[in-house]
Design a binder for this molecule. Structure first.
Ligand code: ADP
Ligand code: ASP
Ligand code: MG
Length: 412
């Protein structure tokens, strides 16, 4: 029988009532003849609560135990969803990551999926099970310990299952009815897209649009999974939501197709480091060994052989960055006067494949921000995106102003 993957995010399984509504949707697809793999998130708010407990217990926690704790939210919803399906007389069984087994690397907290052998689940489908409910976000390391895939990782679980089972489609049910030109909660004028290219979605996701986890889009692109984002609160239909697909399938083409933001950024500046070969290598090796995910990097002008080096990282990694640099200083690897952390910044980015062939996008973006009196702290660009760090209090304003300036409320 053809296989369909249906993923339900936190708000879609937040209460027993919502689980029932989600289960009804699954029932409709089963009735059409699909074997369904349902991927569930934890109830909304649950994972945050678990992460909070870990941080409170142990600020520089052992990542293996972090995973043991934060993966548990999905175990509850998987079991409840299987029970709900059974109550509807649909043969269903729940699976935790290790039972499948969903094999990952041992990078706890941000593990990557290595393999999903389909045999166990297929054997059950062969015996008449119609719905396999799989706990999202979790897997098992080569050492046999529970891992998690990074926040938002159930999206990646879903796409990986769609690839492993050659599913007809991977439907991501969430609390918005598709992918918008920007977060509709920040810019009310945001417009829903019928389709979006893998590459644009990849940039938007990696720049902060949390509607899909970045890695899920990468996998969908690599394995050509038909990926759809839709609401679990609206009427069920075969062409609802937004299709994430190859560039060639898209007719509409604005130069800029979306605006993304990331609220939790920190701007870190090392004051007075020696300006000589090897220093950048030493700084960023120390940060990487300290487990810090560095994003933007700027080296400032040099005076008398000393320079300032600025980088950005997520706010929850500031303590790690400070610890790593203090150690590097102590070990005599990097000499600097001071490390200044500015945690009141946000990143705002514009994304569009059209930028490849159009000039003037950066100029327009910077003019738009300056017209609102917003100061730009750091800039980075790539082929299809421009990102700036700004003061966090201007983030919403910047997103709305850029959405207006690039006329994203109008289709091309
Ligand atoms: P789930 O719990 O279903 O995985 P998430 O909260 O992870 O849901 O993702 C959905 C949220 O992503 C939406 O509620 C919306 O606020 C946010 N979002 C950010 N950018 C976008 C965008 N461009 N289009 C749609 N939603 C977006
Ligand atoms: N529950 C996990 C999280 O909140 C995974 C997910 O929902 O995708 O990050
Ligand atoms: Mg999510």
């Amino acid at each position: 029988m053809p296989v369909l993957v249906m993923k339900f995010g936190g708000t879609s399984v937040a209460t027993l009532d919502r689980i029932k509504r989600a289960a009804k949707r699954v029932g409709v697809e089963v009735a059409k003849g699909y074997d369904v793999i349902v991927i569930v998130s934890a109830m909304s708010g649950k994972t945050n609560e678990l992460v909070g407990w870990v941080n409170e217990t142990s600020p520089l926690y052992d990542a293996r135990e972090y995973d043991a704790v934060v993966s548990s939210g999905e175990n509850v919803t998987a079991g409840l969803m299987a029970l709900t399906m059974q109550e509807m007389d649909v043969p269903a069984r729940s699976w935790q990551g290790w039972q499948v087994p969903l094999k990952t690397t041992s990078a706890h907290g941000a593990a990557r999926i290595e393999e999903i052998p389909p045999d166990n689940i297929n054997a059950k489908f062969g015996e008449g099970m119609r719905v396999a409910v799989v706990a999202g976000f979790q897997g098992v390391s080569p050492e046999g310990r529970i891992t998690t895939l990074g926040r938002g990782g159930s999206d990646t679980t879903a796409v990986a299952f769609a690839a492993a089972f050659d599913a007809e489609r991977c439907d991501i049910y969430t609390d918005v009815d598709g992918v918008y030109t920007t977060d509709p909660r920040v810019a009310p004028k945001a417009r829903k897209l019928e389709k979006i290219a893998f590459e644009e979605m990849l940039e938007l996701a990696s720049l902060g649009a949390k509607v899909l986890q970045t890695r899920s889009v990468e996998l969908a692109m690599r394995y050509n999974v038909r990926l759809r984002v839709l609401s679990s609160f609206e009427e069920q239909s075969d062409n609802a939501g937004t299709l994430v697909c190859a560039e060639e399938e898209i007719v509409e083409n604005n130069v800029v197709s979306g605006v993304a933001y990331s609220r939790d950024e920190a701007k870190m500046t090392l004051i007075s480091v020696a300006d000589r070969p090897g220093i950048a290598a030493n700084i960023f090796t120390a940060l990487s060994e300290g487990g810090v995910l560095v994003d933007m990097i700027v080296q400032n002008i040099s005076e008398e052989g000393r320079t300032d080096m600025t980088f950005s990282c997520p706010t929850d990694q500031v303590a790690r960055a400070e610890a790593a640099m203090a150690k590097a200083k102590e070990d005599g690897i990097v000499n600097f006067a001071e490390l200044i952390a500015d945690v009141e910044v946000a990143k705002v980015s514009v994304v569009g494949i059209g930028m490849r062939s159009h000039t003037g996008v950066a100029a327009k973006m910077f003019q738009c921000l300056s017209a609102d009196g917003i100061n730009i702290k750091v800039i980075t660009t790539s082929e299809i995106k421009i990102s700036v760090l700004i003061e966090r209090k201007y983030m919403e304003l910047a997103v709305q102003a850029l959405h207006d300036a690039f006329e994203l409320d109008k289709a091309a």
